[in-house]
Design a protein around this ligand. Structure first.
Ligand SMILES: Cc1cc2nc3c(=O)[nH]c(=O)nc-3n(C[C@H](O)[C@H](O)[C@H](O)COP(=O)(O)O)c2cc1C
Length: 359
């Protein structure tokens, strides 16, 4: 593959390999995973959402959750940089749906992120929050050319700049919150990588007339998958699930064991409190939620701008459920995963994955 491997250049940043490790909240891709991925030549991504949950600073009586988020984003970037070295490319993934989205983005730029990747909503105001940091590359996550076009036109008009890359994420296979409005839309062929990647590539060529790279995400595991998305015109690939189950992954061993144990019938879609479909492992918590019964821990941070639990007490506190999963509480956690989780057979090492993909 080495002869036709694309070169991935996002703004001023060029990793050795055309690969991004996807941001995985809450805490699943922290400084350790991101730092090691960047050290080994791909782009390592820290997910900013809920990063403060295991910080000693987080004590609701003394500190505001939103203030601590900003501190820990900068701390995580500094620790990841120590591992990655000066040449490593580090990204921060910030979700638009968060109440403190703007201050999280600013903290990521101030903390030295090379790239900010942003989805779970349209990042229409992202350039405003990073205007003092022109070298920080800005990358929206989209699921269609329509979304790519809307963001690009708005940024051009309002901020005089365009995205430095697009991640095109396929809801039919990806993990976490999915870029689809309804459960039915998750499997809409119009949102498949086969359709959406060439459409966004065409939009870039015909409208933007730049070499802005398109990066494919969702269901990518091995070299064959990489070759498939490169053939569609992608200049890079983003992988989440496979990297979560690594020695360097920041989650607890029990979280990773849940990935290793997961079988096809355990992977389900749920309605998330954020109002989006999500993909997760059917553990006791999810099984009872799917049957309409759920007991939730209380909301502690107002973390989402739109939260069904906070509004109507429907569903559950997603932050608490994701923290439980991070800590490995099998009974009560929400274990987000991509459909590829069934391929996780053992704990891998970041260096081995990258070596296998690009050797
Ligand atoms: C546990 C988990 C948490 C995730 N959290 C986020 C997140 O916080 N923000 C985001 O944009 N994407 C999130 N994702 C999506 C990944 O970054 C990635 O794009 C997607 O899972 C790619 O598909 P794959 O897992 O099949 O490789 C998450 C995925 C997983 C598995």
């Amino acid at each position: 593959m080495s002869t036709d491997r694309p070169v991935l250049k996002i703004g001023k940043h060029q990793p050795r390999y055309p690969l991004i490790q996807g941001g995985m909240g809450v805490g699943i891709s922290g400084f350790r995973l991101a730092g090691h991925v960047a050290k080994h030549g791909a782009i390592g991504t820290i997910a900013s959402v809920g990063l403060c949950h295991d910080s000693p600073l987080f004590d609701t009586k003394k500190h505001n959750y939103f203030e601590v988020n900003q501190i820990v984003i900068k701390e995580a970037l500094a620790k990841a940089r120590e591992i990655a070295g000066p040449e490593g490319v580090l990204a921060v993934n910030c979700m638009v749906a968060l109440t403190d989205y703007d201050t999280q983005v600013r903290a990521a730029a101030e903390g030295g992120a090379d790239v900010i990747v942003s989805g779970a909503g349209l990042p229409l105001r992202l350039p405003e929050y990073t205007k003092d940091f022109p070298d920080v590359a800005l990358v929206p996550i989209v699921s269609s050319a329509k979304a790519a076009s809307l963001i690009t036109r708005r940024w051009e008009k309002q901020y005089g700049r365009v995205p430095d890359a697009f991640v095109v994420e396929e809801p039919a296979t990806a993990g976490g919150h999915l870029g689809a409005m309804t459960m039915e839309q998750v499997y809409d062929p119009a949102l498949s990588l086969d359709t959406a990647v060439p459409e966004v590539v065409q939009f870039v060529a015909e409208y933007m007339k730049t070499d802005t790279p398109v990066i494919a995400a969702g269901g990518i595991w091995d070299r064959q998958d990489l070759e498939r998305v490169f053939a569609l015109g992608a200049k890079g690939a983003q992988m989440g699930t496979r990297f979560a189950c690594t020695e360097e992954g920041d989650a607890s061993d029990r979280f990773k064991q849940a990935y290793i144990d997961a079988k096809e019938e355990d992977v389900v879609l749920i309605h998330s409190p954020a109002g989006l479909p999500g993909r997760a492992i059917k553990n006791p918590f999810v099984a009872s939620y799917l049957e309409g019964k759920v007991e939730s821990k209380p909301c502690f941070a107002n973390c989402l701008t739109r939260c069904l639990y906070r509004k109507t007490r429907e569903t559950f506190c997603i932050a608490m459920a994701l923290i439980d999963a991070f800590n490995g509480n099998w009974e009560t956690g929400l274990f987000f995963c991509g459909s590829n989780v069934v391929k996780a057979q053992k704990l891998e090492r970041v260096a081995d994955i990258i070596e296998e993909l690009f050797r």
